[in-house]
Write a protein that binds this ligand. Structure first.
Ligand SMILES: N[C@@H](CCC(=O)N[C@@H](CS)C(=O)NCC(=O)O)C(=O)O
Length: 241
């Protein structure tokens, strides 16, 4: 059994989609990042950078004690190695895929996160809206450039790392899927190959399940509500003392 420390965001979906694709059994442990769960000592022991997703594999590849892993790139590589799926074993094939995995981790994810911060989230934080202008221009511009990089690659290949669906696609899709929402839905017309790939992957049953299955959102919400009830119950008990 694998514990998935999760909250429904693009970085969380990468791992829920991978677990669904691999057919692995997992239990969702909600990390309510709006409520501060990522700073709790128990979680920091698993993920010292106070970010989800993270996993704990109770049956690690080579046996032994439970194995915690943080950072979605490392998690996907580990699950691919564990199951022998979505990552070729031969070095040439493997690094063809891993270079795109690292590309996503260092480029698309951070640039989209920052673009979203300056364009949307920052409005609630910055006192002066002009403080957001340069950041918005810089990071939205980067997302546009990166969309072009993917579009060019996908004009010559069915998938990001060639003709096979791999962890490069699984790790990139949850962010790429949201580019239109972040910039403008009209951007898709400039990147038809990217759009073709986004739609094709969205049609995969495991992607649909990983992205918004009952399993993830319902159990995350249920567990969150249960936790709140327990916390409230503790509060009431303390107040009565
Ligand atoms: N590079 C990390 C990024 C993870 C990340 O940024 N997670 C965000 C949610 S999408 C988070 O946990 N944020 C909590 C916080 O900022 O305190 C990965 O890919 O695993």
């Amino acid at each position: 059994m694998i514990d998935l420390y999760y909250w429904p965001t693009p970085n969380g979906w990468k791992v829920s989609i991978m677990l669904e694709e691999c057919g692995l059994e997992y239990k969702v442990v909600p990390v309510d990042i709006g409520g501060g769960d990522q700073f709790k000592a128990d979680f920091l022991r698993i993920s010292p950078n106070n970010r989800m997703p993270a996993i704990v594999d109770h049956n690690p590849i080579e046996g032994g004690s439970a194995l915690p892993i943080f950072e979605s790139g490392a998690i996907l590589e580990y699950l691919a190695e564990k199951t022998g799926q979505f990552l070729p074993a031969d070095p040439a094939g493997k690094y063809k895929v891993l270079q795109w995995v690292h590309w996503q981790m260092a480029n698309l994810g951070p640039m989209m996160g920052n673009a979203n911060h300056f364009k949307n989230y920052g409005k609630n934080i910055a006192k002066d809206p002009s403080q957001l202008e340069y950041g918005t221009k810089r990071f939205v511009g980067e997302v546009d450039r990166l969309s072009g990089v993917m579009d060019a690659q996908l004009s010559a290949n069915q998938f990001l790392a060639g003709n096979e669906y791999t962890i490069a696609d699984i790790i990139t899709w949850p962010w790429a899927f949201l580019i239109g929402r972040l910039i403008d839905e009209s951007m898709w017309t400039s990147f038809p190959n990217l759009k073709r790939w986004v739609d094709e992957i969205h049609g995969r049953p495991a992607v649909l399940k990983g992205e918004k299955s009952e399993k993830n959102s319902a159990s995350a919400n249920l567990l969150r509500r249960k936790k709140k009830l327990e916390e409230n119950y503790c509060l009431i008990k303390q107040m009565k003392k």
